[in-house]
Write a protein that binds this ligand. Structure first.
Ligand SMILES: Nc1nc2c(ncn2[C@@H]2O[C@H](COP(=O)(O)OP(=O)(O)OP(=O)(O)O)[C@@H](O)[C@H]2O)c(=O)[nH]1
Length: 376
């Protein structure tokens, strides 16, 4: 007797996601569902009225329930100052109408239970907290009122006609609920995938975000401990980045971070893990790579950063310092590995920046002609 479950809430179509109840519960969307639900409910009620040889006024009441009420509900919501609240009220009236019909059907068990259950299920499917609970007093109240007014004699048994007429409502409602759940599950799964991808990616650079990078780096170190598969860690820091922000503004600073991120991505292989460690610091795990090869990659990154030119900032010259640490037996965890790479990075900074320092070698590889770092 209430609108059948909506298989595709409007918010799926508008935003590709599950929106708030106020978006889903619009009178335009509810109207055809209420018409369908009331129509199928009328078939069921009509079969009981037929069996009971009910008086003409009950048939009129059935007509009002199935044909007039959906139009009235639509108009009430449409012309209300708050269509959402009006639609919530309409849903509560749906339940009261279902309650009203229970005594009119002489408590015929099958249609009364089906009607009350479907009406209550529909309240759940709105996603509005406790709406189903709020619908119960109206349903019970109308049932009691009509019982007191008419004092109907209970006729609990259902004829075959009533059983058959219950089927369309059950089948259509069941299908609608299943379709709705299926779409909901798919939407939630898709949104979870998108959330996971957002969690893994640093939006500013497109590199892997820190927490996910740490997971990957831990795996590389574990692989080294388990099988001896070599791996190198690069910590890359843009030199004097604070003064770039101070002199050119944070927007330019953001562009620099983005550009450096692209350089790093360009210089590493698909199976390496390049991440934004935080601020102007980047971290790369070079899998299956020994220090000598890692040094060459680090040097390539350093020289490509030094050659970077931002289109709108032709005078801005960038340099970077890079610390390199090969995975080693004494590194029991990622922390120790990062500490080694950090120590090398600070050595590169202290030795004048714009260079790569290898933790193992305890030496720094300065740029051939160490350029003066200009940030303005
Ligand atoms: N524009 C911009 N600035 C950031 C971002 N994240 C961090 N910063 C700034 O980056 C600056 C980092 O500066 P420091 O860590 O002091 O290092 P530095 O100036 O590069 O100095 P050295 O590393 O010693 O060469 C800080 O001022 C941060 O506020 C960001 O996403 N965008």
């Amino acid at each position: 007797m209430t609108p059948a479950n909506d298989p595709q809430p409007a918010s799926y179509r508008s935003h590709g996601g599950i929106g708030p109840a106020s978006e889903r519960l619009t009178y335009r969307r509810i109207y055809p569902l209420r018409m369908l639900g009331m129509g199928l409910g009328a078939v069921l009620l009509g079969s009981v009225l037929h069996d009971n040889q009910s008086p003409a006024w009950m048939w009129w009441l059935l007509g009002v329930t199935a044909l007039v009420w959906p139009q009235l509900a639509y108009l009430l919501a449409r012309h209300s100052a708050d269509p959402y609240q009006a639609e919530v009220r309409n849903l509560l009236i749906d339940s009261a109408i279902a309650g009203m019909w229970v005594p009119l059907l002489h408590f015929n068990l099958l249609p009364c239970v089906v009607m009350a259950l479907i009406t209550t299920y529909d309240k759940f499917s709105t996603g509005i907290k406790r709406l189903w609970l709020h619908s119960l007093p109206g349903m019970a109240g109308m049932c009691l009122l009509m019982t007191l007014l008419l004092r109907p004699e209970p006729r609990l048994e259902s004829s075959l006609l009533v059983v058959v007429c219950t089927l369309p409502l059950l089948i259509v409602h069941g299908l609608a609920v299943s379709t709705s759940s299926y779409r909901l599950i798919r939407t939630v799964a898709q949104q979870n995938r998108e959330l996971e991808s957002l969690r893994r990616t640093d939006a500013q650079t497109g590199l892997v975000a820190r927490s996910h990078w740490q997971d990957q780096a831990k795996l590389s170190l574990e692989r080294f401990h388990a099988s001896g598969s070599p791996a190198c860690l690069l910590m890359i820091d843009i030199d004097h980045f604070k003064s770039i922000n101070d002199l050119h503004g944070h927007t330019v600073g953001d562009e620099v971070i983005h550009a450096v991120g692209q350089v790093i991505l360009d210089c590493v292989r698909a199976h390496d893990h390049a991440g934004r460690y935080g601020g102007d610091e980047f971290a790369v795990v070079l899998s299956g790579t020994r220090a000598a090869d890692a040094l060459a990659i680090a040097e390539r990154i350093r020289s490509r950063i030094a050659a970077l030119h931002l289109r709108d900032q032709p005078d801005l010259h960038l340099t970077s310092s890079i610390g390199l640490a090969q995975a080693a037996p004494h590194q029991s965890g990622l922390r120790e590995w990062i500490n080694d790479a950090d120590a090398a990075l600070y050595r590169a900074k202290n030795a004048g920046r714009n260079q790569v320092a290898d933790h193992e070698a305890q030496t720094s590889h300065a740029a051939p002609t160490a350029p003066v770092v200009q940030t303005h």
